[in-house]
Design a protein around this ligand. Structure first.
Ligand SMILES: *Cc1c(COP(=O)(O)O)cnc(C)c1O
Length: 471
């Protein structure tokens, strides 16, 4: 019999491989490495030539199918994709470039794509299991919201999110602790590190493991990475075909103050343009842990028409420095305005390095870094000049393009910036610089929720007692 499943091996051991289900449900490989596919498949020729006009879910099917073949049949995959990607990801024109807006999902950041797909694929892969799965997540703020929302009302799975009490924003707390049903929240009297320590201890507790199926849903899970390749194919397809999407429901333009309805406009009418049609496509990725950029590299290898990437970081510039020197030096992280990118030792670098040598990376990726002053200046300038609001992470991307252009390092052609969060999520930074930011419906709905969290001390028995009680 021909083995036609995709195999996944650990970045630290290429001799043993597992299938998609095992890699996804385990998260991290037993040796501490990250799971990577043994080959990056190609998109079918028919899809490659029509990416520009395909709907998002059709692109998702073609992109994800080869990674899960024989494990998730097409009809089940189609259900997963259809219920995960229920929002826009428009490629819109802003000034002299384009933005791929990845913040139209329920928590207004790109992590919605990965978290929602991961949750639904877990539920499918565990069908037939009678023991429910309990997922433990420690969060400093943002990831917890995306994971909680991703798993909300997903059958057979319960989630407990641990966050440092009093150290997350009011919006974040409502996103984590306002959902209820299968999502519970623990406000830990301690730091994020305490939350992580508690989760690790519970996951390793033999007694607890006998009584319940426990797992984590960490950011390096391969089932969060693969779905992120989809929006690269969508954006690059549109750029290459010379198409622009209309503004989405949450597009943060000055002129969109009253129309943030939350209703998807799924590519209602694309506009054709001649500028950039058939030209090289450069995509700029504001990066921290480098999962997003790794997914972009997968999309490019699969055949999406991307010529070049820009890895834009804040002052945590480990990867731009590596691209420059060939030497990888992880360091402690520094706090910046674009705090979801405050990573000094990006975990996904191990994945990038398992697929590409330094020479190969240097050929495809331009590194650039941007400081807080430049980030602020960019938010203010783009609001004034273009009537468009950037969040601090997306502003790092915008400024990164400006810097590389000034150094003549960019190829001619279409430049798209992946906008990773909605500016309303960071209004305390953006509004003093740019004025009142329109709030998308998803975020105002979240603000209306009531927080329901149990406070616990930062001690392992307190978490274990809680888990014993609710199960
Ligand atoms: C997580 C995050 C990033 C960084 O993405 P990586 O995949 O970790 O590189 C950038 N912007 C926002 C808003 C994020 O939440």
């Amino acid at each position: 019999m021909i083995e036609c499943r995709m195999r996944y091996y650990s970045t630290r051991n290429k001799n043993e491989s597992v299938n998609f289900a095992t890699a996804a449900l385990a998260g991290l490989a037993p040796d501490g490495g990250l799971f990577v596919p043994d080959e990056i498949p190609s998109l079918p020729a028919s899809a490659k030539s029509s990416l520009g006009s395909m709907g998002f879910c059709d692109i998702a099917m073609e992109t994800i199918k080869p990674y899960v073949k024989d494990e998730i049949p097409d009809n089940a995959l189609s259900d997963i994709v259809g219920s995960a990607f229920t929002f826009d990801a428009p490629f819109v024109a802003v000034g002299d470039r384009y933005t791929a807006e990845l913040f139209h999902g329920p928590t207004a950041a790109f992590k919605d794509f990965g978290a929602r797909f991961m949750a639904r694929s877990f539920s499918y892969l565990r069908r037939g299991e009678d023991r429910p799965l309990r997922i433990l997540v420690a969060t400093s703020g943002d990831t917890g919201g995306a994971v909680a929302d991703g798993f909300f009302e997903v059958p057979g799975i319960f989630v407990t999110v641990l966050y440092p009490k009093g150290r997350v924003s009011p919006l974040q707390e409502r996103q984590i602790a306002g959902l209820g049903k299968n999502i519970s929240a623990l406000a830990v009297e301690g730091s994020f590190d305490d939350c992580q320590r508690l989760v690790k201890a519970a996951l390793a507790d033999e007694d607890l493991k006998k009584r319940m199926s426990l797992s984590s849903a960490n950011s390096i899970n391969i089932s969060r990475l693969i779905p992120q390749a989809v929006y690269y194919s969508a954006a690059a397809g549109r750029a290459f075909a010379g198409l622009t999407d209309p503004d989405g429901s949450a597009t943060p333009r000055l002129t969109n103050q009253t129309s943030l309805t939350g209703q998807p406009s799924q590519y209602a009418a694309q506009t054709e343009r001649t500028r950039g049609k058939g030209m090289p496509v450069t995509l700029c990725v504001p990066s921290g842990n480098f999962g997003n950029l790794t997914a972009g590299l997968y999309a490019m290898k699969m055949g999406a028409p991307i010529t070049q990437f820009i890895a834009a970081t804040n002052m945590n510039k480990t990867v731009p420095d590596y691209l420059d020197s060939g030497e990888y030096l992880a360091r402690d992280s520094k706090a910046t305005l674009s705090n979801a990118m405050d990573v000094g030792a990006p975990s996904n670098f191990e994945r990038m390095a398992s697929h590409f040598s330094w020479d190969e990376m240097k050929r495809i990726i331009l590194g650039v870094y941007v400081n807080d002053e430049e980030t602020k200046e960019t938010i203010a300038r783009i609001a004034k000049d273009e009537g468009y609001f950037l969040d601090p992470h997306s502003a790092v991307g915008w400024k990164g393009v400006d810097k590389l252009r000034a150094q003549n390092k960019l190829q001619e052609g279409t430049v798209g910036i992946l906008c990773t969060a909605h500016p309303a999520k960071f209004s305390e930074t953006v509004e003093p610089l740019a004025g009142k930011v329109p709030v998308p419906a998803s975020l105002s709905r979240a603000m209306d929720r009531t927080v329901d969290a149990k406070t616990i001390p930062a001690e392992v028995p307190a978490l274990i007692d809680f888990l014993n009680e609710i199960n």
